[in-house]
Design a protein around this ligand. Sequence first.
Ligand code: MN
Length: 734
Amino acid sequence: MSSVGLSSEVLKGIDEFVEKLEGHYSKESIQQIKKAYTFSKKAHEGQIRRSGEPYISHPLGVAGILAELQLDSASIITGLLHDTVEDTTVTLEDVESEFGEVVSHLVDGVTKISQIKYRHSHEKQGENIRKMIVAMGKDVRVVLVKLADRLHNMRTLKHMPFEKQARIADETLAIYAPLASRLGISSLKVELEDLSFRYSQPESYYELAQKVSKKRKDREKYIEEVKTVLSDEIGARSNIEFEVSGRSKHLYSIYRKMKSRSVDYDQVYDILAFRICVNSLQECYEALGIVHSKFKPIPGRFKDFIAMAKTNNYQSLHTTVIGPGAERIEIQIRTFEMHDIAEWGIAAHWKYKQESRGDGQVDKTGVEKFNWLRELVSLHQQTRDADEFLENVKTDLMESEIYVFTPKGDVKEFPEGATPIDFAYSIHTDIGSRVVAARVNGKMVSLKYQMKNGDNIDVITSKNQTPSKDWLKFCVTSKAKSKIRTFVKTEQRDKAYNLGVELLEKSLRKEGFSVNRVTSMPEFELFLKDQGCNSIDDFYIRIGYGKITPLHLLKAIMPQEVQTEEEQDQGFIQKALKKVVSKKKSSSPILVDGVSDMLVRFGKCCTPIPGDPIIGFITRGRGITVHRADCERAFEMDQDRQLDVGWSREEVAHGGHVRLRVISHDTPGLLRFVSETFSSLGVNILNAEIKTTRDKKAICHFDIEVRNTSHLLQTTQALARIKGIIGVERVSGS
Ligand code: MN
C-alpha cells in the first residue's frame, strides 16, 4: 500500500476535472459543479494571476484539492466560487439564488475569513485565525476550503514577489499547517510544511533536499529489505491480514529533528518510518509482539496512541527498533480504519457522514469527536482581543506532549509546561478558579509545578480561592488563560465602574451640578457617542480608569459654565486655596480599601497607612494613586487631577509599610529589647539595617508593617521608653 497524499498535478480544465469526479459524485452534483465553474469563470473574466494564467485556474485548483479530500459537492462548489464575492461584482445573493443556501453560507464564511484587513500583519494573523475558528464552529467545511485555498497558493508561491514569499510561508507554518495537523489531515499538513520550509528557509531546504536525494537509491533498497523481513515474519508467525509500507519522513520533519537535537543530517537516524496496517485492534498488539521479537526495541520509544488517542483522534502504536544494519527505524502499527483517520482526519469523518446522508446537510457528529475544536470555538466567545486569542491558540495548536492521569485513572493530554492550573481548568472552570495546590503522585506541589508524563494529578480546591493575574505566568492552555483573563477583567471592570460612579458624583457636586442634571442633557448623549462609549456603564468604567475625567465631560457639554484651562491657570492660587477649603467640608470621601485594590495604589515615596492624612490623584488609565498629604511628590502632581480621599477602614492586616529610624547608644542586648517590643505589639519586621558610628552610637532602619497610625504611635512610644534609645522617627520611602 502506498502512502496517501494529495497529487499536485495541475488540472487543465473542467473536462479533466469532471472526469476525475465521475463515479465518486452523483450526476446532479457534477452538473452543479460544472455550473459553478462556468459561473466563476465568467465572474473572474479578464482577471489574470501572477503566473500569467487566467484567474479561474486558482479556484479550479482549490476545487481539485477538495475533491481529493473527498469532500461533498457543496465544498467543491464553494472552492470554485470562494473568491467571487470578494474579488468580483458577484454578490452573496447571486450565489444563493444560483446555488442555494448551503453554498452561500460557505462562500460567506470563506469570504469573511479573508476580508478583514488590518494595519499590522500580526494583528491580521490573529484576527484571521480567530475568524477561522468561529467559522469552524459553524461549519468546518469553511476551514477546509480555506486550507485548500492556502495549499494552492503555496503551490503557486513561486510567482509571488520574493519578499512576500517568506512572510506567507511563515504564516502558513505558524497557523495553517498546525491547523491541518490539529484537524488530523496529515496529507495537507505534510505538503504545507514542506512548501513553507522551502520558501521560508530556502538555503536549508535545498541543502537538505540534496543530501536526502543523494541517498535515495540506498534508502529505497533498505526500505524494500525491511518490508520483506517484516512481511515474512508476520506471515510466518500469524494469520493476520496486513499491509506493510515504508517511506522516508518528510523534509520538514527531518529538519525539525536536526534542529531539536542540533545534529547534522547524517546523524539523524530515525528518518525511515514503516507502517503496518491490520484489521483489528487485537491484531495491532499481536503484530507489535512479532516486530519486537524480531527487532530489538529501543527503551522509552514505545507509544500507545491506541489506548490514549491524540486530541486530533490519531490512533496508532509507535515503536522504534534496531533494524537490519543496526539502523534505527520507526514502526507504526494501526488498523486500516485508524489509518484513514490518520491521513484524512476530520475530512474522513465528514466523508462517512455525507455518504450515508447524501443530502448535503451539515452533520456535526464527526466534528464533535474533535473536543479540541469545540473547546476552542466556545473560548472564542470570551476572547475579544485578536492578539490575545492568537497567543492562546498557538499553544493549543502545538502537538501535545504530556499525558497525565486523573484520580479516576482517566488520561488527559497537555502541552509541555502545563501546570496543575491547566489540569484543574481542563476538568471544570469552577475547579480551575478554586485550585490552591495539587498532589502529584501523592506528594503536595505548588501551582507552578510542571506536570510530567505519567503523573497522577489530584487538585486541591478552596471555596475562598479566586484566580489571580499571576497565574497567567504559569499556565499554558488557552482554556485556563482565557478563563483567568476573563475573571480578572470582570473584577477590574466592576471596580472601575464603582469608582467611576463615585468620582463623577463627587466631582460634579463640587462644581455645583447634579449627576441627574448632567446625564439628562441632550449634549450628554452626544458626548457618549463622541467618546465611543457603548453604554452608560461603559462611560462610568472609563471614568473609573481615568480615561475620561469629569472635568473633560463638563468642558465638553457646558463650556460656558466651566473655566477654560487658561482661566484656570491664572486663578491657580485661588483655586488651590479653594481646594483646601473644600477638602475640609468634604463629607463623602472616596473609599480606599487596602493595597490589594487594583485601581487604588499607594505612592511608593510615602507609603501612607490608615490614619495618615492622604490625597489622591487620578492617573491616566491606572486609577487612583494615593499619597500622604505632606508627601513631596504629591506637590508635584497636576492639581487638576487631585481628589479627596479618606480611609474606609481603620486598620489593615498587611501592607501598612513604615520605615523607622531608631538612634541609640551602641549597647549590647539592645536589639533584643527592640525586637521583643515589636513582637509584643504584633508588629512584623520586614527588614532591618544597622550601622554603628564612631562615637559609639547605632543607627537602625526598620521596615515594619503596622495596622494604622495609632498602632504606629504605640510602637514608637514603646521603643522610645527602652533604655539606651535616643530617638525614634518615621522616615519616608522604603
Ligand atoms: Mn483564493
